[in-house]
Design a protein around this ligand. Structure first.
Ligand code: THG
Length: 359
């Protein structure tokens, strides 16, 4: 394996020094910023995430701020998800589509204040798209990347750790809700969200001066909980069927082709007419694979006899389930139960299409 060459072009976060010191062994680049990808190895990291609690530097979840009197109108123009019933303290997972209905991003959106949205981006260029739409449509808003850096707490002991640092009230936060909690003489927005199925919170840190004090407070408070530095975990997220923009979907996929049907309710939006007319002929499925598996850094054809019926978009070896776990984009004519062959760069692997993910 070769190293990632660092430079100014690949932005550091407020915690990069601490993440290095904590033993990060691999980074990836996400929104032109450093995202830790491994500490003790994906398997060891996953096992620890499932039993204890981790602190994740997810500053790469960039917040595009849309602020002004037309912020709500523009936001509803940008997504086919119906935002009209959303509570002020609610987060929403929102597909964002181009005019063909193709997925441009799958962010979490929330309102830190009235007339202000934060669009918490997956990897992509969405700020330019939003700024362009605001300008072209003459919306009364400002659009910019806010200097907010999220830190996630994930794992079954997340509530205990968060309560020790932010107080018992944080336990009452419901899934995909946010609120403000005191820390270090300031208030921080915390949501019960995060890119794992193990539960936890995300803290939207707005001042660099609070970043290391928060990191240090979490590690001091969680010593007896075996708190460790961690990161979004490849195998855990595939076991849970959590999607990764750029891997499991691109602008060549509509929400219907990547299992996001339930977030398409409004057609009077960018991409709405295309989505209304759209007939999708493939969908994402769980794929169980025989190992050993090489790194999935290209699309792997899924073969049923001589016919190519889809591609594997992400995969990893699962120690917990004793098999390769994968996400595949498969022709709708074929469904769960099919025995298939996946062509990896290391040769063919026996595989099986499943109805459900592993958790
Ligand atoms: N949190 C925040 N911002 C983010 C992510 C996050 N930005 C980047 C990336 N992750 C965006 N993509 C996702 C993908 C899945 C989920 C959240 C963001 C997610 N999915 C739930 C699941 O699959 O179980 C379902 C959510 C729902 O149905 O409402 O949480 O993690 N701030």
């Amino acid at each position: 394996m070769t190293a990632l060459a660092r430079s100014n072009r690949i932005r550091r976060t407020w915690w990069t020094d601490a993440v290095d010191r904590a033993g990060c062994t691999a980074y990836t680049v996400y929104n032109r910023m450093m995202l830790p990808a491994s500490f003790a190895g994906t398997d060891v990291d996953a096992a620890h995430l499932k039993r204890a609690v981790q602190v994740w530097d997810v500053a790469v979840e960039r917040q595009v701020e849309i602020t002004g009197p037309d912020a709500d109108t523009l936001m509803q123009r940008l997504t086919p998800r119906d935002l009209s019933q959303l509570q002020p303290n609610q987060c929403a997972y929102v597909p964002i589509c181009n005019h063909d209905g193709g997925m441009l991003n799958d962010p979490v959106a929330l309102k830190p204040r009235p007339d202000t949205w934060w669009v918490s981006l997956a990897d992509g260029e969405l700020r330019l798209w939003i700024a362009g739409m605001a300008e072209a449509g003459g919306y009364g808003v400002q659009v910019f990347e806010a200097d907010v850096q999220p830190l996630a707490i994930q794992g079954p002991l997340s509530d205990e750790l968060a309560a020790r640092v932010f107080g018992e009230e944080v336990r009452k936060l419901k899934f995909f809700r946010h609120d403000r909690f005191a820390f270090n003489g300031t208030e921080m927005i915390i949501s019960r969200t995060g890119y794992s199925k193990q539960g936890g919170f995300e803290i939207y840190v707005e001042r660099e001066a609070d970043a290391m004090p928060l990191w240090n407070a979490l590690f001091a408070a969680g010593a007896d909980l075996d708190v460790r530095a961690g990161c979004p975990n490849l195998v855990e997220r595939i076991e849970g069927g959590m999607l990764s923009y750029g891997n499991d979907m691109t602008d060549l996929d509509t929400p219907f082709e990547v299992g996001l049907d339930k977030y398409v309710q409004v057609y009077d939006c960018i991409g709405g007419p295309a989505l209304k007319a759209h007939v999708s002929n493939r969908r994402l499925m769980a794929v169980e694979m025989a190992g050993p598996l090489p790194t999935c850094d290209r699309l792997w054809p899924i073969m049923l006899g001589e016919e190519r019926i889809g591609v594997v978009t992400s995969s990893a070896w699962s120690q917990e389930f004793g098999c390769g776990v994968a996400i595949g984009s498969v022709d709708r004519r074929w469904g769960a139960g099919e025995d298939v062959v996946v062509q990896t760069q290391d040769g063919p692997k026996a595989a099986h299409l499943r109805e459900k993910f592993w958790r």
